[in-house]
Ligand binder design. Structure first.
Ligand code: NCD
Ligand code: ZN
Length: 348
């Protein structure tokens, strides 16, 4: 039986939510990750300051403990939401009292729970300088819904802002999250080394046809939307290149089935249950299994200046075995990515 052994993953962008959903989804990610960057767009309590960070970390650790996950093998990396009202003082305490490592900007209105997102980067210049000084990474949901701009162009519409940020805050670590288009990949390649990008597994396998082709598939809908074949080709090339600017951020974003299958369905794909299996399959199909480790377990840690850790200890590795299994139609009320399809690798 074929096996693949890898260091535990670093998932540099994941949604754990709150309440029962947190209890259901966090243990899944913790079963194969050594760390994950946890997004702050939670409801009813968004993560905005040091107190929120401390509270949310406790909630996550309690959910993991209740599920019997050994906390020695998994660390949630905490983030805050950067809004118009985020002050330099809030950055200082989020970093030094809360231990937050990153601040996330959602431009107003472009994705799930971004109704009170940022309206202007220029308005928070001092806050961004404070982030730069305190080593807090800026995470960008890189989409802008400019007037008379079709949604497939929202990512391209954001790129001038990325370039402005990079030019004005040269020491700020910046991650363009869930990059989806060739233009955005090129912008990240053209900017200095402190600008990187996360790539999801769903953007490596889907195109827009899988969301709004001959069928409408709400469980493949996410922001940013998967794009054209040429965009996907370039994302695959980057993920498999070993280039340290590109690393895994699954954007695993669970929503209840009822919130997806309705008149105004939520965007977000729950990929956590199949992430290692689908990545292994995808890299293998392209003859790039030797590049998987850099993408899942190395480049992200290096960008965030985190220790690579004891990948030589068995507890710090995961093993995938070739053992076909069918992705369930539903887990805990959530339809996982690739539901009903067969995966060839299973997490041992
Ligand atoms: C995310 C969510 O559901 O929270 N949705 C998504 O489509 N990716 C938010 C986000 O990361 O944009
Ligand atoms: Zn996300």
């Amino acid at each position: 039986m074929k096996t693949i052994t890898l260091p535990r993953f670093n998932d540099m962008h994941v949604h754990f939510r709150l309440g029962q959903m947190l209890k259901n989804v966090a243990p899944v990610t913790a079963s194969y990750c050594s760390r994950a960057v946890v997004m702050p767009n939670t409801l009813p309590r968004p993560i905005l300051n040091a107190d929120d960070v401390i509270w949310y970390r406790d909630e996550i650790n309690r959910a993991l403990e209740d599920a019997g996950v050994s906390l020695g093998h998994f660390t949630p990396l905490m983030t805050i939401k950067i809004r118009d009202d985020t002050t330099p003082k809030m950055i200082h305490s989020a970093v030094y009292a809360g231990g937050a490592i990153a601040g996330k900007v959602y431009p107003k209105g472009v994705t799930t729970n971004s109704g009170n997102g940022l309206t202007s980067f220029k308005g928070i210049g001092k806050t961004l300088s404070k982030m730069e000084d305190s080593g807090m990474v800026l995470l960008l949901h890189g989409e802008l819904d400019l007037e008379r701009t079709i949604q497939s162009e929202w990512e391209a519409a954001f790129l001038p802002q990325l370039e402005w940020l990079s030019a004005n805050f040269p020491n700020l670590g910046i991650v363009l999250e869930h990059v989806s288009s060739a233009e955005a990949v090129q912008a990240v390649l053209d900017l200095p080394d402190n600008v990187a990008a996360t790539i999801t597994v769903h953007h490596l396998v889907l195109t827009e046809n899988d969301v709004i082709g001959t069928k409408i598939r709400p469980h493949n809908a996410c922001r940013p939307m998967p794009k054209d074949f040429t965009d996907r080709d370039l994302l695959l090339e980057m993920a498999m290149s070993g280039n340290p600017k590109f690393f895994l951020g699954s954007d695993s974003a669970p929503h209840h089935r009822r919130s997806k299958e309705c008149a105004e369905g939520a965007c977000g794909i729950y990929t956590a249950p199949i992430l290692p299996s689908l990545l292994a399959e995808t890299f293998e199909e392209h003859g790039a299994l030797d590049k998987l480790e850099a993408f899942t377990s190395r480049n992200g840690a290096v960008f965030y200046d985190l220790p690579l850790g004891g990948e030589f200890f068995p507890a710090e590795t995961i093993m995938l075995v070739e053992d076909p299994w069918m992705v369930p139609d539903e887990v805990d009320g959530i339809v996982p990515f690739m539901a009903g399809q067969t995966m060839c690798y299973k997490l041992a």
